[in-house]
Ligand binder design. Structure first.
Ligand SMILES: *Cc1c(COP(=O)(O)O)cnc(C)c1O
Ligand SMILES: [Zn+2]
Length: 467
């Protein structure tokens, strides 16, 4: 654009590295080419991850140099460097900058929690407001990488037609439909599968607004996931669930950004986030590992995953030492209401190999989640129920002595308050169905007051003094 300051010429280190990225099975280690679509290993059926076989080339650059590269890129106006692809070499170097799709995702603010909220939680902390992404959740990070990748593959292989598809607890479909709708309509079709009645009105409105084909199925998310997995196994579709490791790679940007926002010093840091399908926590751990390998940071932070009593398979695994799927009960943290997280095998591997002493699972009640959300939002934040789960998890982690109140603490507010305003309404109206086990506290309730009158009536109601 002519009227924008063109600063890409001077001093901005542009991404020229393309790497040697392949799919690699997390179980048998077999590798597969990146220009084909793989979600599970054709040899053994396990999950895939992306590995860059020439990563050691990146290690020839010092940590100081990397920090400088990423900091300089923050001054660029180029769309391909404005979002998660600022960290191009670590996200997906295969995709050249001209194929990157940027819709405004990433670089979300790290907001200091208000003083009273910090006292309530037990320590000062920061909120990473990932609800301030284009479709109002962190899912946009993974969608930006997946759709940039798709855009690249379509061009490279000259694919005539692609059907992008996902199952969702709401936010994946909103993000998938948004990003897919940016690609040429004739070539790319967009389909989302949702559990009927298990996503909020706002979340349902998003893929509809983006023009996706929205299919509702009976049951819960896990049931939709089975259908979509079957479709991905047997039909030519591009799967946009977090089983698609390209999405996980985009979500690693959350960790890179935190490190950058803290001036690259993550010593004594704990990051608290909700666990649903476990893609996000996988990405967060992998992201910090990348930074450690490149000596951009010099230690790993503590990672704390929070689950509701109504959907707690990872918590149970951590307590009992063995993993078993659970059947879920309705939860206000609906986007994390998953009984058999797809990415669990990755979490187990990451914890066993790198985070054994730095990974904790915390379980909170539905009541605590709602109070976490309502209290945070009364103090200047815009957290969703899953963000409330993070806040409640942080409070519990401090109470249980898992984190010290003097350490640095960040909670992930994974989506925007407005997506989950139905739960706020149920809280105010005390209309939660019994299975949620939420009884509102009077002091957190609020409701509109109708005054059929003019200024003097309003003044009287408010007890205003005349000037
Ligand atoms: C998807 C989602 C989660 C859960 O993340 P996973 O990667 O599935 O563990 C949490 N909060 C919100 C708002 C989400 O959309
Ligand atoms: Zn395998």
């Amino acid at each position: 654009m002519k009227n924008r300051r063109d600063n890409t010429r001077e001093n901005i280190p542009l991404p020229t590295y393309r790497g040697d990225v392949v799919y690699s099975c997390i179980n048998c280690g077999d590798t597969f080419p990146i220009d084909q679509f793989f979600y599970t290993c054709p040899a053994c059926g396990s999950l895939m991850k992306l590995i860059d076989r020439s990563f050691s080339e990146l290690e020839n650059i010092t940590g100081t140099e990397w920090r400088d590269i990423f900091d300089k890129r923050k001054m660029s106006n180029a769309p391909s460097l404005s979002g998660i692809f600022l960290f191009h070499e670590l996200i997906l170097p295969t995709v050249p900058p001209e194929d990157v799709i940027y819709l405004g995702e990433g670089h979300t603010p790290l907001v200091q929690a208000n003083h009273d909220l910090s006292s309530w939680a037990g320590a000062p902390f920061f909120v990473k407001s990932d609800g301030l992404n284009p479709s109002a959740s962190f899912k946009d990070r993974g969608m930006a990488s997946a759709i940039s990748y798709l855009n690249h593959v379509i061009r490279k292989r000259d694919l005539p037609e692609v059907l992008g598809i996902c199952a969702s607890t709401g936010d994946t479909s909103a993000a998938a439909a948004l990003y897919l709708s940016y690609l040429p309509k004739g070539r790319v079709k967009s389909v989302v599968l949702l559990p009927r009645g298990k996503v909020t009105v706002q979340q349902l409105s998003q893929p509809l607004g983006s023009g996706a084909t929205v299919i509702e199925l009976p049951g819960v998310f896990d049931d939709c996931m089975k259908v979509v997995e079957d479709l991905a196994e047997n039909y030519e579709v591009f799967l946009l669930n977090s089983k698609n490791s390209v999405r996980i790679n985009g979500q690693k940007s959350f960790s890179y950004e935190i490190a950058q926002q803290l001036g690259w010093d993550v010593s004594g840091l704990s990051v608290v986030l909700p666990i649903g399908n476990a893609g996000n926590i996988t990405a967060v751990m992998e992201g910090f590992l990348d930074l450690l390998r490149l000596k951009i940071i010099d230690s790993l932070p503590t990672v704390i995953g929070v689950q509701s009593e109504h959907a707690d398979p990872v918590y149970r695994w951590r307590m009992a030492g063995k993993y078993k799927p659970v059947s879920v009960v309705p939860s206000v943290a609906q986007a994390a209401m998953i009984g058999d997280p797809v990415s669990f095998p990755k979490v187990r591997q990451l914890v066993e190999e790198h985070f054994e002493t730095r990974f904790f699972a915390i379980r909170v009640s539905e009541q605590e989640i709602m109070e976490g959300m309502m209290t945070a939002n009364r103090h200047g934040h815009v957290v969703c129920t899953q963000g409330g789960e993070s806040v409640a998890g942080l409070k519990k982690a401090i109470e249980n002595g898992i984190v010290s109140p003097s350490s640095r603490l960040i909670i992930d507010s994974t989506s925007h308050q407005l997506k989950f305003s139905e739960f706020q309404r149920m809280y105010f109206e005390d209309s939660f169905p019994d299975e949620y086990e939420v009884s509102p506290r009077e002091e957190l309730k609020n409701e509109p007051v109708y005054i059929n009158g003019g200024a003097s009536d309003v003044a009287e109601y408010l007890n205003l003094q005349k000037k």
